[in-house]
Design a protein around this ligand. Sequence first.
Ligand SMILES: Cc1cc2nc3c(=O)[nH]c(=O)nc-3n(C[C@H](O)[C@H](O)[C@H](O)COP(=O)(O)OP(=O)(O)OC[C@H]3O[C@@H](n4cnc5c(N)ncnc54)[C@H](O)[C@@H]3O)c2cc1C
Length: 315
Amino acid sequence: MVDRHVVVEELLAAGAPVSAHWFAERQIGPSLLRNGTEAQRRKFLPPIAAGDCYFAVGMSEPDSGSDLASVRTRAVPCIGGWTVDGAKIWTTGAAIAHYVLTLCRSSLSESGTPHEGLSQLIIPIDSPGVTVKPIASMASEPELNEIMFDNVLVPVEGLVGREGDGWKQVMMELADERGGPERYLSMFGVLRELGYAASDTGSTEPTRVLGSAVSRLWSVRALGYTHLLRPAGSSKERAVVAALVKDVGTSYERQLLEDARVALAPTDSGLRSAPALRSAIRHSPAVTLRGGATEVLRDIMWRETTTGNVEWQIK
Ligand SMILES: Cc1cc2nc3c(=O)[nH]c(=O)nc-3n(C[C@H](O)[C@H](O)[C@H](O)COP(=O)(O)OP(=O)(O)OC[C@H]3O[C@@H](n4cnc5c(N)ncnc54)[C@H](O)[C@@H]3O)c2cc1C
């Protein structure tokens, strides 16, 4: 994971096109290493590592976003596997993905807690009964999708981990998603544009904003490495530090955009010569929602630390 972090930092800082395969190598690959069968690892890990196999993450549903445990997509056991019916929404990259790792309700919870009875299935996007419908957004790129599952047959080999363990597994995946460098480097191009403006225009404001942003970035990055270097910590500890990285990282990115917009607008070429900033502004409403809304992350931090599950100390 440390190697991956270093490589991804360089790719993001260089503006490399990484979004097609990043779900696969950031969270699906590690999940298969933790929970997958030997056959699943042999089948999926080499093409994921090569950047040839794209996965989408099928968690959110029309009425189950923050309240993820209420998912209603059903997986009913049948001869040879499962039949899946339901719908997912906001599925990034589903239109180009080869597979969607789908969180389904596979049995009713015996204790009545919705977190039980959930399972994860790998569903090929080209399976009969799967329909992908793009959703238009102000970010303009065709990124978000709705997926409908109509009586989709999933062979038994598609189950990841143990039936009923889906909740525990997705929480670990979300920690991988929330604690990575994407949370504070997805807008690195804006720093570069501030640097150009500072040297080209002679105005002091871009220099001031750049200095302040770089010092904040350095702190968030240190926190990101704290998350990365705690693999021995409990899953709850990892969840709390990952939530903190995402909250602090996305707050930093929101503030960076606002400061950069104000600093660059009055310069001669202004926002016209700042394509990364213009694009980031269109994406910015999403950063505090995707991967878990800020309020929900703060709730996780509050709950786990006040109940004593996690000691509130970042070393
Ligand atoms: C760009 C983008 C990409 C995404 N990609 C994917 C993807 O690939 N796969 C996937 O499964 N999902 C994806 N999502 C969905 C994302 O995970 C959800 O949007 C997110 O979990 C919030 O759920 P929701 O949209 O249903 O909002 P809601 O849960 O309805 O929340 C709406 C608002 O209410 C607040 N709120 C909700 N519950 C509470 C609470 N208990 N306490 C305080 N405030 C609360 C939230 O903070 C939020 O501000 C993506 C979203 C975006 C924007």
